[in-house]
Design a protein around this ligand. Structure first.
Ligand SMILES: Cc1cc2nc3c(=O)[nH]c(=O)nc-3n(C[C@H](O)[C@H](O)[C@H](O)COP(=O)(O)OP(=O)(O)OC[C@H]3O[C@@H](n4cnc5c(N)ncnc54)[C@H](O)[C@@H]3O)c2cc1C
Length: 385
């Protein structure tokens, strides 16, 4: 193993890989990614639904999507590797006045932030897009045609391959066990394969980020929360060009995947923790909501052994924590609250800018810094699925 590096990134998921890529693009080549598993993608990245959207409620999240989605679109050209981006859109369906007001307010913020592909849509538009939907209680909706899905594993691999081509090193089976600090800040990273001297460390450990921060004596408010996804067997009664369709009355959402569908629902009974066992009782809960909105889903077949669970990394205000921590040289890229795949391109750029230049043009980085919690500057994102 190398004995020193300019930057050490802890975590080889999509976020760590994107940061490594952007650092090497900017000319910082002595970059090491440490991954404790024998292969990448075993954290949240490999469990994700792959949804990408700009339909958020806060300007900073919209800005991160405005950078990231074109990046996914052009990924093959830039990276020589597919992102799997499919611009099938996200369709939010409102069934109550409060949803309607909410979508309207978000739409206005999205337009002011520069999003040109979102629109408010009528019940008829919704039925045209997804004719199988039960529409009696639908008031209206919102749709963004450049939202859609990517293949998270492929994006992570693309970032890693290019980063490695440009000088970065990925070390697998290397679990970080300790951070050593001195009067100047971070001094070295101890791993199960030895120690690396460095003055710059990035915590990209996903749902395990709080444990890494603790090694530097920092309380990072990032909590793991189980999320379950249910794929269906092949199903041809919904077009495979359908958007990610979100029923705001229950939070149930689905999108086409392979020959079938991928279904998700945020169970409010879920409690923070590292449980990633799929609970078979969830299938009935989700199918009840599915059939309620799309009656033909009564004919769906589900094989429980194909369903899975992974972890969201939640912060109190549902925004990531990006930038330097109170310990000099220790950076955070954590707490994406379910948006780490879609915001990985922007995160890589922001972190590379902050590490190498101390500033970024992509967002107002102050908004997402760690100090916001202590200073009461949290900014709540409510468009969390
Ligand atoms: C079911 C589900 C659906 C989701 N759907 C979406 C979606 O539609 N769109 C979206 O944008 N996001 C989605 N997400 C969230 C998204 O998957 C995450 O935000 C994203 O993958 C975070 O990437 P990451 O690289 O930070 O974390 P991870 O992919 O978890 O990577 C962190 C890595 O750090 C490693 N690590 C941890 N501790 C150590 C250590 N001590 N030493 C060395 N390595 C360590 C882990 O092994 C892991 O590989 C979903 C998540 C889940 C679970």
């Amino acid at each position: 193993m190398v004995s020193s590096a300019d930057v050490v990134i802890i975590g080889g998921g999509i976020v760590g890989a994107s940061i490594a890529y952007q650092l090497t693009v900017a000319g910082c080549r002595n970059v090491v990614i440490l991954e404790r598993e024998s292969s990448q993608g075993k954290g949240s990245t490999g469990k994700s639904m792959g949804g990408v959207r700009a339909q958020f409620s806060t300007p900073v999240n919209i800005q991160m999507s405005l950078y990231s989605i074109p990046f996914f679109r052009d990924f093959q050209q830039t990276m020589g590797h597919p992102s799997g981006y499919r611009a099938q859109g996200y369709l939010f369906i409102a069934t109550a006045d409060r949803h309607l007001e909410y979508l309207r307010a978000n739409y206005e913020r999205q337009v002011s932030a520069g999003l040109k592909t979102a629109s408010l849509v009528s019940r008829d538009d919704i039925v045209t897009m997804v004719p199988q939907i039960r529409s009696d209680d639908i008031l209206c909706g919102s749709f963004c045609s450049t939202d859609g899905f990517v293949d998270p594993y492929s994006v992570m691999t693309g970032f890693t391959l290019r980063a490695v081509d440009q000088g970065a090193q990925l070390i697998r089976d290397a679990e970080v066990t300790r951070l050593s600090l001195d009067a100047k800040g971070v001094a070295s990273v101890e791993t199960t394969q030895g120690s690396i001297a460095t003055r710059t460390v990035v915590n990209a450990a996903g749902a395990w980020a709080a444990g890494i921060a603790k090694m530097a004596g920092i309380d990072l408010p990032v909590e793991p929360l189980r999320r379950m996804l249910v794929p269906t067997e092949p199903f041809d009664k919904i077009a495979h060009s359908a958007p990610m369709t979100v029923d705001m009355s229950t939070g149930f959402h689905f999108r086409p995947e392979g020959l079938g569908l991928l279904m998700a629902w945020n169970d409010p009974a879920e409690k923070p923790g590292y449980n990633t066992t799929f609970d078979r009782g969830f299938i009935e809960k989700i199918l009840t909501r599915a059939v309620d909105r799309v009656p033909v889903f009564e004919e769906l077949e589900v094989n429980p052994s194909r369903a899975w669970a992974g972890l969201y990394e939640m912060t109190p205000d549902h925004h990531p924590v990006l930038g330097e921590s109170p310990i000099h040289g220790l950076y955070f890229a954590n707490g994406f609250s379910g948006h780490g795949v879609m915001h990985s391109p922007a995160t890589g750029k922001i972190l590379a800018d902050l590490i190498l230049k101390g500033t970024t043009d992509l967002i107002d980085a102050k908004l997402l810094e760690y100090a916001r919690f202590a200073e009461g500057r949290q900014i709540e994102e409510t468009a969390v699925l």
